[in-house]
Design a protein around this ligand. Structure first.
Ligand SMILES: [Zn+2]
Length: 252
């Protein structure tokens, strides 16, 4: 693999449109850099993107980047120093820096991830209600093959029926879901009780995803705009893992 710092060298951070609008399925932008790996594959950096990279508890988006002179099937999206790097197979020509290109997301999979990610924030709230406020979150993943929120400590007995009911009551209440940006000083006031505070990087501003009347969690992920879009939350079970336990869930 080509070194990511070589690919992103001297480029400005990518304009990440998914942070303000998770529903963008296709956009036109400019190709800033193309670094071939082989004749048929390589790395593409664009001025703007709608593709979420692997990370932040989400899988990478997939899709296409194309212009009249080439087509790239994007298999993996990575981030380095704020620059989004799309990796894929290149067919029908060769990308040229400066080309106007169209980026299109494989929408079905991405929309499922949006539903799963919002569901994860809801399950986290429900878990705090059912298990008590002293839960300490260690990690989470919102995507296939298995979505979970993970906590430090032992699970004891978890009332899965209550967990599922509290979660689905929030879904059915049609709560608005939206991002806000807050300063470091305001972060602690905004996200009281958020599960991931301890593992946040040092930043000037933080993106916080608010579910109206439920919780506000620092998060760079893609979410649905209203909890009703989640559909139904299914709590699959609680499993002990090293140093903690996982609440495993899915959306129906
Ligand atoms: Zn999140």
């Amino acid at each position: 693999m080509v070194n990511l710092s070589t690919i992103s060298a001297e480029l400005q951070p990518t304009n990440k449109l998914y942070l303000t609008d998770s529903y963008l399925k296709t956009i036109d932008t400019t190709l800033l850099r193309y670094v071939p790996e082989t004749k048929k594959s390589g790395y593409l950096v664009t001025a703007d993107t709608i593709m979420h990279p692997k990370g932040g508890a989400q899988p990478s988006d997939i899709g296409t980047i194309e212009s009249p002179s080439f087509k790239a099937t994007i298999k993996k999206v990575l981030e380095h120093s704020g620059v989004i790097i799309h990796y894929g197979e290149v067919t029908d020509g060769v990308p040229r820096e400066g080309d106007r290109v169209s980026i299109t997301i494989e929408w079905e999979g991405r929309y499922k991830v949006m539903r799963l990610h919002t569901a994860g924030h809801i399950v986290d709230y429900a878990a705090l209600q059912v298990l008590g406020r002293d839960l300490f979150s260690s990690k989470a993943f919102h995507g296939p093959p298995e979505s979970f929120v993970e906590y430090i400590g032992r699970a004891e007995r978890v009332d899965i029926t209550s967990l599922q009911k509290i979660s689905n009551d929030i879904v059915k209440a049609s709560r608005r879901v939206y991002p806000i940006w807050v300063s470091r000083e305001d972060l602690m006031k905004t996200v009281k009780g958020a599960p991931n505070i301890a593992r946040l990087p040092d930043l000037e501003t933080y993106r916080v995803v608010v579910i109206d009347g439920v919780n506000a969690i620092p998060c760079g992920g893609t979410h649905v705009a209203n909890t009703i879009e989640v559909g139904e939350i299914l709590i699959r079970g609680v499993r002990d893992v090293e140093n903690g336990f996982r609440v495993i869930y899915d959306v129906g």
